[in-house]
Design a protein around this ligand. Structure first.
Ligand SMILES: [Zn+2]
Length: 154
């Protein structure tokens, strides 16, 4: 099994983890139909279909497939697009960004670094401090509220 480095928020450290590599047929059993189509078939949810209305207070958005920490709630902003939007990932280690030339557009696809799940796209029209807009599919993410007041860095 290939090992990669990702940033673990709870440990506040870079850790070595095994890559998660499963055939599509296995993901299909583990995920709902909508989660499967987005994360495995690079689908896109309808805007506003997953607004995370139950999300309150600080916490972490994780990969629905492998649990990798992806985005802090502090970096979420209201983009008006209907998709959960963040200005930066937990760490550049935790996501992979690659060119996506589908649908006649030049976009940058964002994937989970550990399991290869399709998360969404990143655009250059986000707010400060990064100017980036990570436009994510809510069904590719799960939210976990912080249990204790962790030290959070900007
Ligand atoms: Zn993942």
């Amino acid at each position: 099994m290939a090992t990669i480095q990702i940033f673990d928020v709870k440990q506040n450290a870079v850790v070595n983890v095994e890559r998660v590599d499963k055939p599509d047929s296995e993901w299909q059993k583990l995920l709902t139909k909508r989660q499967y189509e987005i994360t495995t078939k690079r689908g896109t949810e309808a805007p506003g279909s997953c607004p995370f209305d139950d999300v309150h207070g600080p916490g972490i958005f994780r990969c629905i497939r492998c649990g990798t920490d992806l985005f802090r709630s502090a970096t979420k902003f209201e983009s008006g697009t209907g998709w959960p939007s963040f200005y930066e990932p937990v760490s550049p280690l935790n996501v992979v960004e690659q060119p996506d030339l589908s649908l006649g557009m030049v976009r940058t696809e964002v994937l989970c670094a550990r399991c290869g799940s399709h998360l969404g796209h990143v655009f250059d029209d986000g707010p400060p401090p990064t100017g980036k807009r990570y436009c994510m599919n809510g069904f590719a993410l799960k939210f976990e509220a912080e249990e204790s007041p962790l030290r959070r860095t900007a």
